[in-house]
Design a protein around this ligand. Structure first.
Ligand SMILES: C[S@@+](CC[C@H](N)C(=O)[O-])C[C@H]1O[C@@H](n2cnc3c(N)ncnc32)[C@H](O)[C@@H]1O
Length: 473
């Protein structure tokens, strides 16, 4: 007697066997390097915690290991710009696409900082503390979203609004941006909330009516204390001895090239880019794990002026990775037709539809849904659309890369209803169809206690965390 799931293993199994000689245990980069953790101690990168990011060490490793000299680098899911700044520091011309105002603002603030005179900045901080004391009125600059209402203690909200009143009078725009960024990067610690993947968790002390288990996030830091701490971090990272910033007091060997960041969705922006333009792509799309950036970063989005409507719109534009995302097939059809590239649309769709492993995953999830084995009915739709959209992205990445150019992608496999979804294998199969040679699938070592070095030991049901290396043929 076999299980229902056994019937559906075979296509994934075949793909696993086909790519098994490309798997390699990733000794050079551990989990810290692939996640944002390694940035926590790094000057500049540590200012704003973007949990979904990877480390600049990872980017620098690939750029130096696989390329002799700086060229053009792209990250179509740029986040807070880890790829862009790491590439820039090595002399690369860097291009990014990012949809969420959160990442875009961090990149802008970091660029502003590169162009600020540290002495002038220091003076503006001294002035800030004096001027803040003089502000009496409490105009509201922070307009809450419904999901952020009552996120701060009252006195913090007042102090935050006074701070925003003051910085709107700062004449030097770059200094104003950096000051605005300083408060932006402490919002979570000031608040009753904690980012938790799919949503925000709320502390029991907030005014919110909370159902469920009470949550205590620990100390909630007063505004002035948190601001002082962040400013001192920034000032110390701006010191001339520090290589991480290219401010003009720094004596670098080359003049860094300005970062080119496009604000928008890469599904729409990539098709507008030229063929054979980039030498390297290093990227990490959202994972297929239901994490909703528009909820976890709701405080930051509200701070940046997004209202409820805008947030809903952004949620739909993100690469499908939450159960709320609707299908974008009609939109993609229209996009490619308007560009006169209807054939491309048909070809990409054909690659998606011809993937036996993809079809197997889709039907097994539909089956599990019918049996009520998934904890949300929209999981099959999310998974189907996640891969469909990434199929277009992989096609475009192959098109815009020069021959011989590399694409590095960081992504995790996932499991739903007990079923493994081999994201690494399915995306690598798409990549092959679009002219990539799948060079390596680096698998991150698992936690302590597993010293297995044999690739054969990567069981087919292991939830692999991987870095893929594809080269355009
Ligand atoms: C895993 S994060 C990348 C983090 C980045 N590697 C870093 O170190 O900051 C994925 C990013 O993709 C962005 N994103 C999601 N859908 C997008 C889309 N359709 N177009 C462009 N960016 C998108 C998200 O806002 C998020 O910042």
């Amino acid at each position: 007697m076999y299980e229902l799931t056994d019937l559906f293993q075979s296509e994934r199994e075949k793909l696993f066997k086909r790519f098994s000689n490309r798997f390699e245990k990733a000794y050079n980069f551990n989990r810290q390097v692939v996640s944002f953790q390694a940035n926590k101690e790094e000057p500049v990168s540590r200012w704003f915690k973007y949990k979904e990011g990877f480390s600049s060490a990872l980017v620098k490793y690939f750029l130096t290991e696989y390329y002799n000299e700086p060229g053009r680098l792209l990250d179509p899911f740029a986040g807070v710009g880890t790829t862009l700044f790491a590439g820039q520091s090595l002399g690369w011309e860097t291009h990014g696409i990012e949809l969420l105002p959160v990442g875009i603002f961090v990149v802008e603030a970091r660029e502003a900082l590169q162009k600020i005179n540290p002495i002038e900045f220091q003076k503006s901080i001294e002035k800030l503390w004096i001027e803040l004391k003089k502000i009496k009125e409490t105009k509201t600059h922070f307009n809450h979203l419904s999901i952020t209402q009552d996120a701060f203690p009252d006195e913090t909200e007042i102090a935050l609004n006074k701070f925003l009143t003051y910085i709107s009078t700062v004449k030097n725009e770059k200094i104003q941006t950096v000051l605005r960024f300083t408060a932006f990067s402490i919002l979570e610690e000031l608040s009753y909330t904690r980012k938790d993947g799919q949503y925000l968790r709320w502390d029991y002390r907030s005014k919110r009516d909370l159902n469920g288990k009470p949550f205590n996030k620990g100390k909630i830091i007063p505004f002035d204390q948190a601001l002082k701490h962040k400013l001192s971090q920034i000032v110390s990272d701006m010191s001339p001895q520090n290589d991480s910033l290219f401010n003009y007091s720094n004596s670098n060997k080359f003049v860094p090239k300005d970062i080119k960041l496009i604000k928008g969705t890469c599904l729409e922006e990539l098709p507008h880019m030229n063929d054979d333009f980039f030498d390297f792509i290093i990227t990490s799309p959202p994972y297929c794990n239901r994490y909703d950036y528009t909820r976890t970063y709701a405080l930051e989005l509200a701070y940046l002026g997004c209202d409820n409507e805008k947030v809903k719109e952004l949620r739909q534009e993100l690469l499908s990775c939450t159960v709320e995302n609707k299908e974008k097939l009609d939109y993609l059809y229209q996009l490619y037709t308007d560009l006169g590239r209807g054939t491309t649309f048909a070809n990409v769709l054909n690659v998606y539809n011809s993937s036996a492993a993809m079809n197997e995953v889709n039907s097994v999830l539909d089956e599990l849904n019918k049996l009520n084995k998934l904890n949300n009915n929209n999981i099959p739709r999310m998974v189907r659309n996640y891969f469909l959209e990434l199929c277009f992205v992989v096609f475009e990445m192959a098109r815009v890369l020069k021959k011989g150019g590399y694409c590095v992608m960081v992504n995790d496999n996932v499991r739903y209803g007990g079923e493994e979804i081999p994201v690494d294998l399915i995306l690598s199969e798409f990549a092959e169809n679009f002219g990539f040679d799948v060079k390596k699938i680096f698998v991150l070592p698992r936690g302590k206690g597993n010293s297995s070095q044999q690739m054969g030991n990567f069981g087919r049901t292991e939830i692999r965390k991987c870095v893929y290396l594809w080269q355009k043929k």
